[in-house]
Design a protein. Structure first.
Ligand code: PLP
Length: 386
């Protein structure tokens, strides 16, 4: 390559799953029957009404043009209604909602809208890898704040207050948490809003898991009094509506923040295909029973995943929220990589090593519930065989 890459690529590595999935595909091409319990891509389908709407809308020749940068009004209204019904949060669909091409995309747009190269960003360790990767991509400095098991994986406010936060402009958080499965706690959110106001930090909360295997009422950070002054919240149809491949998410928050993100976004993409937006509106009409049926399937799968982790002598909390189980590996193993490689190369079963979510994950693994019961059972029987 005679043209050098941009400097930002010197520290940025290809996304772990992008590399690992290529290896798994290669193994499968060599007829090795790899079972992938790594990635959290729902295998279940969206509701039939959603798919029917997509098809009928795509058959209309008038529906193939560019769309508004901020999505069609009906979609923004459906998103605002979702916030009203699920979180009792009131949002103006015209000014406080911005549909996105998935929440992952939103992480980049938010970072471009609010971070300059000399700024610092608080990123949870453990956390979704894109927060740190994108911060680095825009030249900002990543400051990790710890989530500790003995504090229910909530932020350690004592540690936070002891940090030098002068240059911190933005803080990422995510509850229910991925990868730890920790639930959202209203008390944590209240403390975070007070902290952000005092330190003048923009809180960016990523909330894609609040309807998945959650025993408690889902919470939005925006439901905390005064939160809109300092907080934005990402949400997504990927997990709640089994629409991961569709790429539909959205950002909620006060108009000035939303407008800043829209300025970036309108220069980057040209909106989402109308039939997808119309179908998403239908998906938001899925009755509660549809969500319960999805969770009932995950719950059954989770029982087998527990047995799999028991067979591997891993320890885990049974109160986790979301579509994964986060588990601690036995003390006699060197690290999660040892267990993951052994499983992949000897049993052809892939689970995610915890270190991809931060160094503190080096003794943990994550098992996804996005495989059919019979697949999980096959993985279990392979693991049980000597
Ligand atoms: C915590 C978290 N945030 C964001 C995403 C990305 O979701 P989306 O499909 O909406 O881009 C994921 C996907 O796995 C996730 O786990």
């Amino acid at each position: 390559m005679i043209i050098p890459k941009a400097k930002r690529l010197q520290s940025l590595k290809e996304y772990y799953f992008s590399v690992k999935l290529a290896e798994i595909r290669q193994m499968q091409a060599e007829s090795k029957p790899v079972i992938n319990l790594g990635i959290g891509s729902p295998d279940l389908a969206p509701s039939q009404a959603t798919i029917d709407e997509l098809v009928s809308s795509a058959n209309n020749p008038n529906n193939h043009a560019y769309q508004p940068y901020k999505g069609i009004p009906a979609l923004r209204k459906a998103m605002a209604d979702f916030y009203r019904d699920i979180y009792t949060v009131s949002l103006d669909p015209d000014t406080e909602i911005l549909p996105l091409i998935g929440s992952k995309e939103g992480i980049t747009h938010i970072s471009l809208a609010f971070l300059d190269p000399e700024d610092e960003v608080l990123v949870p360790e453990l956390g979704y890898p894109a927060y740190a990767a994108v911060s680095e991509m825009v030249g900002a400095e990543v400051i990790y704040y710890p989530l500790l098991e003995n504090q229910n994986w909530q932020p350690d406010f004592e540690a936070l207050n002891n940090m030098n936060l002068k240059k911190v402009k933005l803080m990422w958080l995510n509850y229910p948490n991925m990868p730890t499965g920790a639930k959202a706690e209203r008390r944590t959110f209240e403390k975070l809003v007070a902290f952000a106001k005092e330190k003048k930090i923009l809180l960016c909360h990523d909330n894609p898991y609040s309807l998945i295997l959650n025993q408690e009422a889902p919470i939005s950070l925006l439901s905390i009094e005064g939160a809109k002054e300092v907080a934005l919240e990402l949400n997504s149809m990927s997990k709640t509506h089994n629409m991961a491949g569709w790429r539909i998410g959205w950002l909620s928050g006060a108009k000035p923040y939303i407008d800043a993100v829209l300025t970036i976004k309108s220069n980057v993409d040209s909106g989402t295909f109308f039939p997808m937006q119309a179908a998403a509106v239908k998906a938001f009409q899925n009755p509660i029973a549809w969500h319960e049926a999805r969770n009932a399937i995950y719950k059954q799968r989770r029982e087998i995943a527990y047995q799999l982790l028991d067979a591997l002598q891993c320890q885990y909390d049974r109160q986790q929220v979301g579509m994964f189980i986060w588990a601690k590996i036995p003390d006699n193993l060197r690290d999660a990589g040892e267990l993951v490689d052994k499983l992949l190369y000897e049993k052809y079963v892939f689970i995610t090593p915890g270190f991809i979510f931060g160094e503190k994950g080096s003794r943990y693994v994550r098992v996804s519930l996005c495989s059919k019961e019979e697949v999980l059972k096959e993985a279990l029987s392979r693991v049980r065989q000597n």
